[in-house]
Write a protein that binds this ligand. Structure first.
Ligand code: HEC
Ligand code: HEC
Ligand code: HEC
Ligand code: HEC
Length: 270
């Protein structure tokens, strides 16, 4: 008799605990839990395990294609890292604790965005962000890598971006970049925000920083830029950019535009 009462007390308690602990398993079955190395479903998929309503449980769900972001050695984190390097996201963003702070710190931003919003940000980029036209699986690799950076990053990189967006007033229109380069190039500057509207030439954000893709010989600096402006073809025989004449004041003003205050020096977390 006593045993029956004990059993009656234990059974429902046990069930309630299991349901509250993981409703994902209630719908998806225990078998998935077997190969998750003791982690809860939401460690990789987010969502909420505390509700048995599917729409609520799936809120902010990380889909299968990005769910391996926790692992350094996963295929998509790996190719996302490669893409981020190739496309030089860090000339504008902090990712995984490293990068210029010209645009949003993605380690912080990613924690407030869901996967759909990140995909959208890459497919339909903001005005001062280059359009990369990536296929869907590359977009998801980048998203995995951003998630990896945001949740593995240990860097104190919560500072807001340094960009100050001025409305196009006369002072900005007179900047050497606007007058001589903005027809063909865009740049995010720490001091003036987004400048230029042109898309013929590459986006020059963070040109002098170590996150800008190095050209064949070396990283860009004032001296190399001066030689380039004088005659691009001397450095790159196939260049289509025309030579440009800037006086000393204008050149000094131009250098200001490429200044990226201080960048974050912490290497990506391993
Ligand atoms: C009420 C039942 C129910 C609950 C609770 C539930 N799911 Fe699901 N889940 C489903 C069904 C049904 C599908 C397949 C249809 C779909 O994609 O919505 C699915 C699909 C998925 C997928 C694949 C989605 C895709 O894009 O292919 C993942 C991942 C997933 N669920 C994870 C979770 C996680 C994690 C939890 C707990 C936080 C959870 N589910 C809770 C019913 C549920
Ligand atoms: C360690 C990270 C991790 C954990 C923890 C995890 N998953 Fe996944 N899940 C993934 C990855 C990666 C994929 C895509 C590759 C695959 O299908 O194995 C995936 C795919 C899925 C899918 C879609 C593919 C399919 O087989 O239907 C569902 C549904 C799913 N997970 C549900 C769950 C549930 C429920 C739990 C908790 C019991 C869980 N996952 C725990 C990483 C994880
Ligand atoms: C030339 C600078 C630049 C480059 C390079 C760049 N972005 Fe952006 N990105 C921006 C700007 C500007 C925004 C708009 C938000 C802001 O002002 O910070 C943005 C927004 C985003 C957002 C949305 C952030 C949010 O809070 O909504 C994501 C995600 C993102 N970028 C990812 C990337 C990835 C991944 C790469 C590399 C493949 C990349 N960006 C390369 C400038 C850049
Ligand atoms: C008429 C259009 C045009 C104007 C004006 C122009 N550029 Fe360019 N620029 C280009 C093009 C196109 C490229 C790509 C390389 C090539 O094929 O010449 C380029 C390349 C560059 C590069 C090399 C970037 C890299 O990643 O290889 C730098 C640096 C540069 N421009 C700086 C400037 C600066 C600074 C100004 C203004 C003082 C300026 N450009 C004005 C068209 C222009």
């Amino acid at each position: 008799m006593v045993w029956l009462i004990v059993l009656a007390l234990l059974l429902p308690a046990g069930n309630v605990k299991a349901a509250a602990f993981n409703s994902c398993v209630n719908c998806h079955g225990q078998c998935r839990a077997a190969d998750t190395a003791g982690h809860e479903c939401s460690w990789c998929h987010f969502g909420s395990a505390a509700t048995s309503r599917r729409d609520l449980a799936h809120r902010n769900l990380v889909p299968p294609s990005c769910a391996d972001f926790r692992s350094e050695s996963s295929q998509s984190v790996h190719s996302g890292a490669h893409l981020a390097e190739l496309l030089a996201c860090r000339r504008c963003h902090v990712v995984g604790g490293a990068g210029n702070r010209l645009a949003q710190n993605l380690d912080g931003a990613v924690r407030t965005l869901d996967v759909a919003q990140m995909r959208q940000a890459l497919r339909q980029p903001a005005q001062q962000m280059p359009r990369f036209n990536l296929p869907a699986h590359d977009v998801d690799s980048l998203v995995s890598y951003l998630l990896h950076g945001a949740y593995a990053s240990v860097a104190g990189s919560e500072q807001p971006p340094l960009v100050v967006h001025f409305t196009a007033d006369n002072a900005v229109a007179q900047l050497p970049f606007e007058r001589h380069c903005g027809g063909c190039h865009q740049v995010l500057s720490a001091q003036y925000g987004g400048l230029g509207t042109g898309r013929n030439g590459p986006n020059l954000s963070g040109l002098f920083s170590r996150f800008y893709p190095a050209n064949a010989e070396r990283h860009w600096n004032a001296e190399l830029l001066q030689r380039w402006l004088r005659n691009p073809r001397q450095l790159r025989p196939v260049a289509i950019m025309p030579p440009l004449q800037l006086n000393d004041d204008e050149f000094a003003g131009l250098l200001q535009t490429f200044r990226v205050a201080d960048d974050c020096h912490t290497p990506p977390a391993r």
